[in-house]
Design a protein around this ligand. Sequence first.
Ligand code: SF4
Length: 379
Amino acid sequence: MSPVAWLPSPAEVEAHVAVMLARDSLNLGESSAQDRMMLMLTRSCELRCSYCFVGLTEDGRGVDHSGRADPVTQQEVPGQPVGDMSGSTLQAAVDWLMRSERDRLGIQFFGGEPTRRSKYVRAAMRYALDHPKRRGRPLEFLLTSNGLSLSPARLAPYVGLPLTLQFSLDGDARQSRFRRPLAASPEAAWRATEAAIDALQASGLSWFMNATLPPAAAGEVEQRYHWARSRGLPMLQLNYATGMAWSPEQERAYLTGLTAVLDHHRAHPDGLRLLNWANGADPAPLCGDMIVDVDGSVYQVGALFHERRSPSLKRSYRIGHLSDLGARFTGRRWSLAALAERTREALTGPAREVFFANVALGAAVDLVVERAREQGLPT
Ligand code: SF4
């Protein structure tokens, strides 16, 4: 039984939302030393997680998109381009990032399942590392993966690169019930997941479990954490799912579970690094990152995170196309306050309510972490 948690009041949450919008993204705002870019390599994925609102499709898998701004993106309610990101679009995206004026750089490979384009991922890493405009600046790669195709042979080429692998993983076979395989059986998908964990553990690569809890799993925060510990995983990040309506009881259960996890980890920091200790994250639906789509269109990342749930956001979150963005990278993203304003204009009714309720939950999470940090950090 978890102890009664401190939970912020609605007034405290509302005030903190205003603070978060005013200060902008701590990772990517004006005071940050880093510029970062996400790459949507493909819309193909072996899974169809129930909390995922990216517009996934197996149409056009393995076919390079031309890299010209896709006409579907110009529709009143923009559609999604079909095909995978080509090598030349990848190069153009890296060229654009290298125009950054900041001291540190980051690239996140995303999808769909980006390892379905492994050849391109490795080529893009080499291209970025050797880029003349990098000028020796630290460059970090983040590779998001569902893990199903990771094997020792597939991981070997990444060893020694400045890479962290973000493994979307929701705990044991039962806790992973929200991750539905598209073609394989759930049992086969789980066997592949277990094999990927073993391969990653043996690889020496930096990696973490990225667990996303939908409202139906609000009470399972502690289970995810204890499973990660029992499995000997090196790092864990716990997240709440966005694009979904959370009842007050579910929000309370999530925040209470998170508090219990932070308390437990403060007393038992050994073994597992809990990434949730770092507060000051963007309130999840309003994320500060920019993402390049398969056709070279550039958006604030929420456009693709919420593509199926709120397609009208794409028009408001569009920044441009690689071919017409010009030389400047730094400062092209929308601030969180500007994004919130654009969202208010783009969404109506329940979609808007859910979006901003999710933002408020992000602010509540930030306050819970802040409060836990005041009680002491793990030593
Ligand atoms: S593994 Fe990732 S991209 Fe694939 S369905 Fe799940 S959340 Fe979406």
